[in-house]
Design a protein around this ligand. Structure first.
Ligand code: SAM
Length: 421
């Protein structure tokens, strides 16, 4: 079979660009294409959720649609907030339906999506290098939220194991390494080498991408991240706040915070002299959208520019929920805007790029609340002409060339999410 140009690009980069503003993304390919040299993100672990739960999902959707049918009989009038939410949804709906139709028309891509979980034969390599086995034996994963909240937190150290290129043991041929010990919390921990390296906290192992760094702390310490001069600030700031919502709380997957806490995020102080593109993940709650538009963006100094939609599909290309399901929409929104630096001269705003409205990014979701790595799609829109300086706030993973801040930025860096190359 002859592969299309789009398909060849997708297999290399993880990004399939349709002619319009629609993109399909395989986050695992995206990360493996640029962030890792020694390890690979495991497809089978990343895609655990929407491949194996297919039957459970079907039962859930069919029972919930029965319930809905029952509910639909009752006359129900939407309140004002629900009407506004519905209006936003109705505006977005034709675009989302079009994007989904375009995906369903790309047969070669659909075939590839149905095999995403088994791509790369990850299971074999995991078993052979023993990494996954050792993690399973260890039982549960480290909770950094708990570890960081105890009095001993300042004493915990992370050891970073750099491989020494020219040193190999004569008998085994394996690389020798040098370890560096640094505080794990409230400290900017960097992997300055170009390659990904392994690191250890207590007995748990993590993979740090090349040229990446993390600062693991509570919101109270975020001011320690503010650069001494604005030329060292960031021109891309991605934020995925722990918004309060029933789902995260019920599943107690991570602590959430009331909206007013996010007003104190030092976005202006983190912004580069020439400005920053700010990308904020929001849920579909109307109250939250109003809060962001009326209070949060104005206080941060962010001028709203565009919205991108993340449309979530299953392995067979179908939407993870019906599009009209009120509280469980199969999409989330990324609000984008530009922030003027604190000392910024208004003439510099002419270096802002035109953000194309209404882009739709389609992917099969990974674990709960894990967002696709949108950084690559945003690079063209950074203000100024300088190199990309990127930070993610409330991060649970790391990217090559980025700074990750949050109370658990190493969460998805644990070795069980990876296989050896
Ligand atoms: N973007 C992430 C991803 O794709 O996996 C998900 C981020 S999740 C929505 C929000 C994160 O904020 C969680 O890791 C949570 O533990 C963290 N968080 C909650 N309260 C915090 C606090 N007070 N300080 C720092 N981080 C906090």
């Amino acid at each position: 079979l002859v592969k299309s140009k789009e398909m060849i690009n997708f297999l290399e980069s993880g990004i399939y660009r349709f002619i319009s503003n629609f993109t399909f993304m395989d986050p695992v390919r995206v990360l493996n294409a640029s962030d890792y040299t020694q390890f690979r993100v495991s497809h089978s672990v990343y895609y655990n959720r929407f491949f194996e739960c297919e039957d459970k999902e079907k039962t859930r959707v069919s029972t919930s649609s029965k319930k809905r049918k029952r509910k639909e009989r009752k006359p129900y009038t939407l309140n004002e907030r629900e009407r506004s939410a519905d209006q936003r949804h109705q505006e977005a709906k034709p675009l989302l339906l079009k994007a989904h139709e375009v995906l369903l028309g790309a047969k070669d891509l659909l075939h590839c999506i149905s095999n995403l979980k088994s791509d790369g034969g990850d299971d074999d390599s995991c078993c052979s290098n023993g990494i996954r086995e050792s993690c399973i034996e260890d039982g549960k994963k480290q909770s950094f939220v708990e570890l960081g909240s105890v009095w001993q937190a300042p004493l915990y150290e992370i050891s970073i194991n750099h491989r020494e290129e020219n040193m190999t043991t004569a008998d085994s041929g394996s690389s020798l390494g040098v370890s560096r010990l640094v505080p794990a919390f409230n400290n900017l921990v960097m992997n300055e080498s170009c390659d990904d390296v392994e690191a250890k906290i207590l007995n748990n192992r993590y993979v740090l991408p090349g040229n990446s760094c993390f600062f693991m702390s509570d919101l109270k310490q975020i001011h320690d991240l503010i650069p001494a001069d604005t030329d060292s600030g960031f021109n891309l700031i991605v934020i995925d706040p722990p918004w309060e919502n029933g789902s995260a709380r019920q599943k107690s997957l991570y602590p959430t915070l009331p909206n007013r806490y996010f007003l104190s995020l030092p976005i202006k102080q983190l912004t580069h002299t020439k400005g920053a593109l700010v990308a904020l993940w929001v849920t579909n709650r109307e109250k939250l959208r109003t809060f962001v538009e009326k209070e949060l963006f104005p206080l941060w100094g962010v001028s709203y520019s565009a919205i991108f939609y993340w449309l979530k599909v299953k392995a067979d290309g179908s939407l993870i929920n019906e599009l009209d399901l009120f509280h469980h929409r199969p999409y989330e929104c990324l609000l984008l805007g530009y922030c003027h630096g604190e000392k910024m001269n208004t003439e510099l705003t002419s270096t802002y790029k035109h953000l194309e409205e209404n882009q739709v990014i389609i992917s099969v979701p990974g674990e709960y609340s894990r967002k696709p790595p949108v950084g690559k799609l945003l690079m063209d829109y950074l203000p100024g002409t300088g190199p990309a300086r990127c930070i993610e706030l409330f991060a649970r993973e790391m990217f090559a060339g980025w700074t990750s801040w949050g109370n658990e930025p190493l969460h998805f860096q644990e070795v069980s999410y990876f296989v050896n190359r």
